[in-house]
Design a protein around this ligand. Structure first.
Ligand code: AMP
Length: 249
C-alpha cells in the first residue's frame, strides 16, 4: 500500500517569530526552518505502519521553494522512501496546495494521504479537508490512532469528552493530531543515508493548476506587549493590590 505524506516547511517552532517591519508578514529570511511538527507526526505514523507491514511505500511531498528539499530530506531520514518537490516561488495558500496535491495523487495513486492536521505557520487546518473534497475521497481528521486494512482506515479521534472511532473506505485522506505518536529523532547516519534516496522535482507550473493566492494579507501585527509585573513582599500587600486592581472586593 502506497502512502503519500505532504510535509510543509515552516519556521522552526523554537524560533521567536518576528513580524516584518512593514507589517506585510512574518520574517522568514535567515530564520531556522523545519518540518511542520504535525507533519513529523504524520511521517512517523507512516513509517510505523510500514514497519508493521501495513504499508509498502512512503512518498513525502512538499510544495514550495527549493528550500523544501531540506524538509523532504528529513522525511527521508525518518524513513520515507522517496520525495517529491512541487517547486514554485508563488505564495501557496491551502486551496492551492490541495490542488497541487490532487495533481500528485492523480499521478501517484496512493491509497492513503496522511497529512498533518494543521501547519503551525498559518494554522489553517484546511488542506487535508480540501484535498479530500477535490479528490472526492473520504476523510478522517485529527487522528490519534490509525489502523489500516487493505480497504479501510480506522481512525480514533479525540473529541470533547471522549474518543470517537470512525472508519473510512480507501483511498482516503487522514490528518494527524498531536497525540498520534512521538516522532523519532533524525540521526546523522540516517540523514547521510537519506542523501541516496531520490527526490523528484516537478515545477508547479507544469501541473496546470491555478495556484494564484485568493486571499490578500492586509496587515500582520505582533501581539500587544504584556505590561511588566510587580513584586510584592507579603500576602497582605497581595490582597491590597488585588483589591486596588478591582480583582477582589
Ligand atoms: P494547513 O491547512 O495549512 O493548516 O496544513 C495542513 C497540512 O497540509 C499540513 O500539516 C501538511 O501536511 C499539508 N500542507 C500544507 N501546506 C503544504 C505544503 N506547502 N507542502 C506540503 N504539504 C502541505
Amino acid at each position: 500500500m502506497k502512502v503519500l505524506v505532504p510535509v510543509k516547511r515552516v519556521v522552526d517552532y523554537n524560533v521567536k517569530v518576528r513580524v516584518k517591519s512593514d507589517g506585510s508578514g512574518v520574517e522568514t529570511s535567515n530564520v531556522r526552518m523545519s518540518m511542520n511538527p504535525f507533519d513529523e507526526i504524520a511521517v512517523e505514523a507512516a513509517v510505523r505502519l510500514k514497519e508493521s507491514g501495513a504499508v509498502t511505500e512512503i512518498v513525502a511531498v512538499s510544495a514550495g521553494n527549493a528550500g523544501c528539499q531540506d524538509t523532504l530530506r528529513t522525511a527521508l531520514a525518518m524513513g520515507a522512501d522517496r520525495g517529491m518537490l512541487i517547486e514554485t516561488e508563488t505564495e501557496l495558500q491551502p486551496l492551492a496546495v490541495a490542488k497541487l496535491l490532487k495533481a500528485v495523487c492523480d499521478m501517484e495513486q496512493p491509497r492513503v494521504v496522511l497529512c498533518g492536521k494543521q501547519a503551525t505557520d498559518d494554522d489553517a487546518n484546511q488542506t487535508g479537508q480540501m484535498l479530500a473534497a477535490l479528490l472526492d475521497w473520504p476523510q478522517a481528521t485529527c487522528a490519534s490512532q490509525i489502523v489500516l486494512s487493505s480497504d479501510t482506515a480506522t481512525v480514533v479521534r479525540e473529541i470533547d469528552g471522549g474518543l470517537e472511532t470512525v472508519e473510512i473506505d480507501l483511498p482516503g485522506v487522514v490528518t494527524a493530531d498531536l497525540r498520534l505518536n512521538e516522532p523519532r529523532y533524525v540521526t546523522l547516519p540516517n540523514l547521510m543515508k537519506a542523501k541516496k534516496k531520490p527526490i523528484d522535482v516537478i515545477l508547479a507550473a507544469t501541473l496546470e493548476v491555478d495556484i494564484a493566492p485568493r486571499l490578500a494579507t492586509l496587515w500582520v501585527a505582533e501581539p500587544p506587549a504584556r505590561p511588566a509585573g510587580v513584586k510584592l513582599n507579603n500576602v497582605a500587600e497581595l490582597v491590597a493590590h488585588l483589591r486596588n486592581a478591582g480583582v477582589i472586593a
